[in-house]
Design a protein around this ligand. Structure first.
Ligand code: OOG
Ligand code: NI
Length: 457
């Protein structure tokens, strides 16, 4: 075994995300319908907007347009979460960001396992939004204990997955053949189980406390609860969902439609009611799995994010209870105070950008300037928006709630506990904003270094 025999973690992630997509389409046929709808709308959008088509082609985006961008799971114990951290590391995915959902009445806190560096993101940006159930927030002592006992009995990982995770750790990677085995074994953790591990009464008791608790506790594993492809026109997909027999959530989450998209817009079709076989031979149903779509824009700086949060709060207040069309109209108005041009957002320090030399910049040896702004004015340097790779807590809460039948409990609020989450995870989560700041800084430094280098030459 030499280092050369080991494949890149990017390739393992790419294989895994494709296998996961195939499994989910087979498990949830309506998800396949969503993929078709997204594909049709994407193709129409591209043919109506040749400029967009050219830009995506130049960025190498066209070929991976239909690759899923994220999925989500929910786990029950610290041991499960920390093992997942090791499993995702095999695929070059690391915990980024801390999301407190207790604020929105959902008893979980979460992170996103995702690739971090530019090259890995470009290869396949697949992420998994991963939530840990917070049994400590359940009021009933009996239910809490019962949940702990049930969870203590299950192992959500196959022995083969555990072995290959260890092999990856000791060997520093996996061979191509091991990677294929790993994908097969790891997939088992995310599979749907029609058989609950508990009887109907237990399920019902947990469900009555919060549907999410039943979803996490009563099954053999943390079934993938949705996958999310990228759409080029989220408004159009939302409009057309009913035509293909889907029940969309009430509103598109996140910022409104803009010329220069920011952060993340998301919507989903509502979770399906599926039949379940309970212990003791009772039949029943469970509602957990859905399909989602996303459209991403530029990452905002802390200053831009503060403005976004303020406008979002204001917009949500004004638009409460409206249907999507009216809701979006209110949001567009409220968001008009956030400049809708890349240049303005950049100059006002609202968003993150990647700086690079233009063709003229690469050819030129003339610039004596070491000031980015004057290099841009001279046409030697260009700034390109950095895409937001993370999630938004208010949006995530909206996705959770629309798929949990609106179930929320205000008593959970005000319980952010990043330390407890990190302790369960067995590692710290990376701060998402610092990643964008570092990437912007590094691109600036590299541009300035090459301008200087050329002057010396
Ligand atoms: C996760 C919901 C959050 C997103 O895209 O914001 C999410 C879940 O329902 O488990 O996936
Ligand atoms: Ni999602």
């Amino acid at each position: 075994m030499t280092q050369e025999d080991l494949i890149s973690t990017n390739d393992v992630r790419d294989r895994f995300s494709k296998a996961m997509s195939a499994m989910y389409q087979a498990e949830v046929p309506q998800y396949g319908t969503l993929l078709e709808l997204v594909e049709n709308v994407n193709q129409e959008t591209l043919s109506q907007q040749p400029e967009l088509q050219r830009r995506l082609e130049a960025q190498g985006e066209l070929t991976r347009l239909s690759v899923e961008r994220h999925g989500a799971i929910r786990v029950g114990t610290a041991a499960e979460l920390s093992m997942l951290r090791r499993l995702f590391a095999v695929m070059g995915m690391y915990p980024v960001g801390y999301y407190d959902l207790s604020e929105a009445g959902v008893p979980v806190h979460s992170t996103a396992f995702r690739p971090i560096d530019d090259e890995a993101l470009a290869r396949n940006p697949f992420r998994v939004f991963t939530s840990l159930l917070r049994l400590e927030l359940i009021e009933s002592e009996t239910l809490r204990q019962r949940s702990e006992e049930i969870l203590a009995k299950r192992d959500i990982f196959t022995p083969g997955a555990r072995q290959l995770i260890e092999r990856h750790e000791t060997q520093g990677g996996l061979t191509s053949e091991e990677a294929d085995q790993f994908v097969t074994e790891a997939l088992e953790t995310f599979r749907w189980h029609q058989d609950a591990t508990v009887d109907l009464d237990t399920y019902q008791a947990l469900h009555d406390e919060h549907r999410l608790i039943a979803d996490v506790v009563c099954f053999r594993g943390p079934h993938i609860n949705h996958l999310t492809p990228r759409t080029l026109d989220i408004d159009e997909v939302q409009r057309r969902m009913p035509e293909v027999g889907m029940n969309p959530k009430a509103v598109i989450e996140g910022p409104p439609r803009r010329e220069c998209p920011i952060l993340l817009r998301q919507t989903s079709f509502k979770a399906l009611e599926e039949s379940i076989h309970f212990a003791g031979h009772a039949q029943g149903t469970h509602t957990a799995r859905f399909g989602e779509i996303e459209q991403r824009g530029v990452a905002l700086t802390p200053k831009g994010r503060a403005l976004y949060d303020e406008l979002l709060n204001e917009g949500r207040k004004q638009a409460a209870g409206l249907d999507n069309e009216a809701y979006q109209a209110v949001m567009e108005k409220v968001f008009s105070s956030l400049p809708d041009s890349d240049e303005e957002m950049r100059l006002e320090g609202l968003a993150y950008f990647h700086y690079h030399l233009t063709e003229a910049g690469q050819a030129s040896r003339r610039s004596a300037s070491s000031d980015i702004e004057s290099l841009i004015e001279q046409g030697l340097v260009e700034a390109k928006p950095i895409t937001y790779e993370d999630f938004l807590p208010v949006s995530a809460a909206g996705i959770f709630q629309s798929n949990l039948g609106g179930g929320q409990n205000e008593a959970y609020a005000g319980n952010a506990n990043r330390n407890a989450f990190e302790e369960a995870l067995g590692a710290q989560v990376t701060d998402e904003l610092s990643l964008y700041a570092e990437r912007e800084q590094a691109s600036k430094a590299s541009v300035l270094a090459s301008v200087k280098g050329e002057l010396l030459a």
